[in-house]
Every structure is written in C-alpha cells, then in structure tokens.
Design a protein. Structure first.
Lengths: 329, 324
C-alpha cells in the first residue's frame, strides 16, 4: 500500500553569517538533515524533540510552506508540486496545519463562523453561501462548538474553544492529513485532555492522519502509533511509542524520558543531561549527541551513527543502541 | 532535616484577598488565601492560568501596583507586610523573600552586563561593593552551575541561552541570601532537559542553604518531584492542601482528582483521558456557591448555594469540598 505521506532524505539548510555584516564567514545551518519517514492514512506519527531540533521545519517542508533543499516529499505516491502552483493549491486542500497559538492563527476581525467558512470560498467549494454556512455549522458541531458561537469573535472565546475553531477550519476541506504543531501546548491541563480526546475521536470518524509535533512525551504517547525523536535536525530514534519510552535505545531519548517530572519517578534517580544542545551551525563531529552523552566511546567522536533497524523493529542512530535498550528494559 | 527548624512558621497568609479595579467595576481575583510556609519547607502551588497562584505572592510582597487592593494579612516572622511602608517592604523583597519568574530574559535588563546586574543586587542587599562584590558575583554564578563564571560576568543576557539566564536569575535571587524563594513557573519556558537541570539546581541549593521554596507551577509532575506539600488552587481559592503523596494517592477534591485523570502517563497501559468538562469561570462571573460546582460531577444542591469552607481531613490535609 502506498503511504499517504512519504518523506525521503528530506533536508533544509540555511546560509547564516557568523559575526556581524559584512565581516564574518557564511556558514551553513542544517535545520533538517536527511529525515525520512512514512505515514499511513488514519495513523499518527509523533515528532518530539527540544526547541530548535527541526520539528517545525520538518512540518513546513512536508506542506511545502518552506522549499526543500534536498530530498523528496510524496503525497499518496505523487511528488509534492512546487508551492504556489495550481496543483499545489489543490493538494493543500488535503493537508492542513494546526498551530500552537490559536489566537495568532485566527483573524480577530472575522466572526468564528466566517473563518470556518472561508476555506470553502478560497477553494471555490461548498456551493452557495447558505450551503457553506450549513457546512460550517455542521463542522463546528463536530468539534464541539455550539451554533451560537457562529457570530462570536475569537477574543470572546476561551483557549480551548479557539483551538476548536482552528480545527473546524482545517477540517472543513475534508483533508486526509493534519499537521499539528504543538496543538495543545498553549492550553491548560484540563482543556488539553478535551482537545486530545477530540483529535482522537475525529481520527476515528474521519480516518485522518496526523503528524503530531509536541515536546510533551506523555501526550505524544497518548495519541501516536509511531514516534520519531529528533536531535539537531536528524531523527535519532523511531518506533513504537510504548517500547521507545519504556526502554529507549538512544541515550537522547533516554534523557528526554528521564527529564519528565512524574510522581511515579519521585523515588527513582533522575538522569540529568549536562550542557545544552549545540548550535546547529557547529554540529559536533561524529555523533552530534556525543558531547552530552554519558555512554560516549571513542568511536562516537569520529563516526556519525546511521539510523539503523534494531532487532525489535525500531530504528535508532546510536552505535551502542542494543546495549542501551537492554540496560533500560 | 531538623524537625525543630521545620516546625517554625516563616510566612503565614491569612484571608489574603486581591481586588482589581477594572475602571468599570471591582473584580475579586483572590478570595481569602490561608497558607503557611515553614522554615526550610518546599511548598508547591498548583493550578491553571488565572487561578491566582502568582498574584498571591505578588500581593504579599506589595508588587501588584495601584489597580489592586490587597486585604488580609501576610505575616513574615509575625510582622504583617500588607500595608507596610515601602522602606519596610524593601527590607523584605529580595532579602528575606526573593522571587524568580517564568521568562528570565525579560526579567533581566538587556542593556547591562550580567555582572553589573548581579553586583547591583549584592550592593542593595548585602552592601557589597567593588572587588568584594565582583568576587561574590563570580562565586554565585559558579554556584548556579555556570562554567567559566568570571568571563560570563561580562556577557549580556542575549548572549546566554534561556536556561543560562534562568541560572543567572537564581544567582541574583540568592544574592540576598533569602529565607524564602518564590519560583513562579521557573521552567515553563525551558526545554525538558534544561528544566531537569534547573529543578535539580533549585533542590540542591535548598538542601544546602535551608532556604524555604514556594514552587508555583501548572504541572503537577514538576511540583511532585520537588516539594513536600502542595496547595491546589482554583478560581482564586485554595481547594486542597496536602502532603504531596496524599495528593497523588488519595486526592480529596474533585478538581484535584480531575487534574490527575486528565494527565496521560508515560508508562503502563494507555487509558482514555478523562477531561474536566467546561471551562474555568471568569473572575467577574463566579457562581454563587462552590466555584468548581458547574464542572463537578459530584455536585449536590448545597454546592450551588454556599461556598465550602476548608475542611480538615487529617492534621496535614485540608480540602474545600463538602462532598470530599
């Protein structure tokens, strides 16, 4: 079966000037560096990692919002057309994006109902004005907004309700893929659960595929069928969320899991990672993680580990993956 | 830790209220907070945005500005800070009670070097100047885990990362050798692995100096690992006050239970999340009875008429719910 979304060796670089203009050398920043994954219809791929690791750039590359430097994005077996062209516009109907800050994503001067109807007008779909209105109301109902919200404005609603508007607006075009970039991070805890449950219910009903980006590993495990962990623009571990989080094979995944404060771990010893992620312009030689890794051996400083398939089916980019997974289990 | 030291009360809040004058009308944001912080204790304050966890401490230190009217008492070693003259408050702020905030880069002055800002705090609180201040600033930076402290003193905040800036803020807070550090969401803006570093640092400093810590957070997990006791706040009131293990193992208030049910686990079988229905009420439009009643699945008629008092369930466990 052809995957809905197939990403091969995706990369995006930026030229940055080190030091002030016109002095300083131009260096290359690898924001995303050889990322590959597949996403089947109706499934969720979780993308986790710390700020600056390339999660959001990957999302934008997938939708064509940022041009790729190298590699391929294929949607249902077809290459992603160049952004701005007619075929791309047609395709974008099937792939929508949800951002972290709903208030920033919405137009404050347009009523809620108008914003939900707008995509239909843009794509020339949905028949007459009255029919579009009907569709918008049905979609608002599906995401848990009442009909009386139609004429309200974004600032009059709560954060959770605003994120529902964003969802309704994305879903009214009947997409197959929803790219969610930190969709619940700006919401309060009790509201996060409401939105996550809504996302899961919508997936069940509409067969949506999600590319779910978040720094919250617990939420990612809750929604994902597969998880990819990114560090400095590369995927370092990828596989089944339960296995990945209970017995990480990459030391970085191990550190991320260990960093989550939970009551259950209160008595366990936390592993605190030294230092901070390096500047992506100064990618360390060998394995990019080795300066912060407590397992690092001489080989890690010289040879960058490839992302390889382990015996249990997951993929990890670490020379010592087998040992580390075994010690964690 | 020494029992005797633990038992003496450092700060006590009694019926602390805050009213904001919006110009049109007066809105009560804090409805009578009763709270004690003992010497050397680590207390967590948990709740969602707008529940009043931050303004509780801003009010106690007189930092809310002219729009706010503060009532009730906030006693530090028995002396009431509410309505105290400014020169008296200045003896307390930073010196007895220090505060750090969520976004370190906006708390630091962007146009002054780190060293100068640290020395300013040292001069203000400890009267140190010149070489002595420089040496102490270097020691503090070193203490909060900043490598190459001497050179870093000459850096500007924008030259440091978010985690580093939060370390600088902690160093500044330590400059006054306070008895109590109020950390308001100190790690919310930081990445997971950096959050772990900062929380570990705070714990280390507390164990070393015997300073009390109030950790304000929306994340029950953060609070659970770093405090002994937690107060759960909802709509301007404390709804549950209990030792940390009790909150997780036997929560009594339906809101606390709801928060725990809404959080996914990282291990074990995946279960469906149980969200709390509805939204937090507006401070200007609170229901007449228990503020949580409209969202509560255990409410009875009495919940909607009277505000529940704090009911002691055990010596160290208090809950504001008549159904608990």
């Amino acid at each position: 079966m052809t995957a809905l979304l197939e990403v091969t060796d995706l990369s995006r670089t930026y030229e940055v000037r080190r030091g002030s203009w016109p002095f300083g050398k131009v260096a290359t920043l690898h924001a995303v560096d050889g990322v590959s994954f597949e996403l089947q219809a109706g499934r969720t791929l979780g993308l986790v990692g710390e700020s600056g690791c390339g999660k959001t750039t990957t999302a934008k590359l997938v939708l064509g919002l940022v041009p790729v430097t190298g590699g391929q994005v294929r949607i249902a077996g077809e290459n992603l057309p160049a952004a701005g062209t007619q075929p791309w516009r047609t395709l974008r109907r099937r792939m929508q994006m949800v951002y972290q800050d709903p208030l920033g994503a919405l137009d404050r001067r347009l009523s809620v109902g108008r914003q939900v109807m707008e995509p239909l007008a843009i794509h020339g779909l949905g028949g007459t004005e009255a029919e579009r209105r009907e569709k918008a109301l049905a979609m608002m109902d599906a995401v848990g907004l009442a009909a009386h919200h139609f004429d309200r404005f974004p600032h009059e609603l709560s954060g959770g309700q605003r994120q529902r508007i964003v969802l309704a607006r994305a879903l009214i075009l009947d997409p197959q893929l929803l790219v969610c970039d930190e969709p619940i991070s700006a919401l309060d805890v009790s509201i996060q659960a409401q939105v996550v449950n809504l996302l899961l219910a919508l997936q069940q009903r509409l067969g949506l595929a999600y590319l779910f980006i978040s720094h919250d590993l617990r939420m990612v495990r809750q929604v994902s069928h597969e998880v990819a962990v990114m560090y400095l623009g590369r995927i370092v571990e990828q596989g089944d969320p339960d296995r990945l989080f209970s017995a990480p094979a990459h030391p970085y995944t191990q550190a991320l899991v260990s960093a989550i404060p939970t009551h259950a771990r209160q008595k366990k010893r936390r592993m605190v990672l030294p230092g901070e992620p390096p500047n992506p312009v100064d990618r360390p030689a060998g394995c990019a993680f080795h300066p912060r890794c407590r397992h690092a051996v001489a080989r890690c400083r010289i040879e960058a580990p490839a992302l390889r398939v382990l015996a249990d089916g997951r993929r990890a980019a670490c020379h010592l993956a087998e040992q580390i997974a075994a010690s964690a289990a | 830790m020494n029992e005797q030291v633990l038992s003496s009360v450092l700060v006590s809040l009694h019926g602390l209220t805050v009213d904001f004058d919006t110009g049109k009308r007066i809105v009560r944001a804090l409805h009578g907070i009763d709270l004690e912080v003992r010497r050397g204790e680590a207390l967590g304050l948990v709740g969602e945005s707008g529940c009043g966890k931050s303004i509780t401490w801003l009010a106690a230190l007189g930092l809310l500005g002219g729009r706010a009217r503060v009532g009730g008492e906030a006693r530090l070693d028995g002396r009431n800070l509410i309505g105290a003259p400014v020169h008296e408050l200045e003896q307390v702020r930073g010196r007895r009670i220090a505060m750090i905030f969520q976004d370190p880069s906006s708390s630091l002055n962007p146009v002054h070097r780190i060293g100068r800002q640290l020395c300013e705090a040292l001069q203000l609180h400890r009267g140190l100047r010149g070489r002595a201040a420089d040496a102490e600033a270097e020691r503090l930076l070193d203490r909060v885990g900043i490598a190459d402290a001497r050179r870093r003193l000459g850096d500007y905040p924008h030259e440091l990362s978010g985690g580093m800036n939060q370390r600088v803020m902690i160093a500044m807070a330590l400059a006054g050798q306070p008895d109590l550090l109020v950390a308001d969401e100190p790690t919310t803006a930081l990445d997971a692995t950096i959050q772990a570093q900062i929380l570990e640092l705070l714990g280390e400093i507390r164990r070393e100096s015997g300073m009390a810590l109030v950790l304000i957070s929306h994340d029950l997990g953060v609070v659970s690992e770093n405090t002994d006791r937690v107060c759960v706040m909802y709509a301007g009131r404390i709804v549950e006050d209990a030792p940390i293990d009790t909150v997780f193992d036997a929560p009594a208030h339906p809101y606390t239970k709801g928060l725990l049910a809404a959080l996914p686990e990282l291990e074990g079988p995946r279960r469906a999340l149980v969200p709390i229905a509805g939204v937090v009420p507006e401070p200007s439009n609170l229901p007449p009875g228990c503020s949580f009643a409209p969202r509560c699945d255990r409410r009875i008629a009495a919940c909607e008429t009277a505000i529940p008092p704090g009911i002691p369930l055990a010596a160290d466990h208090r809950v504001a719910c008549i159904r608990a």
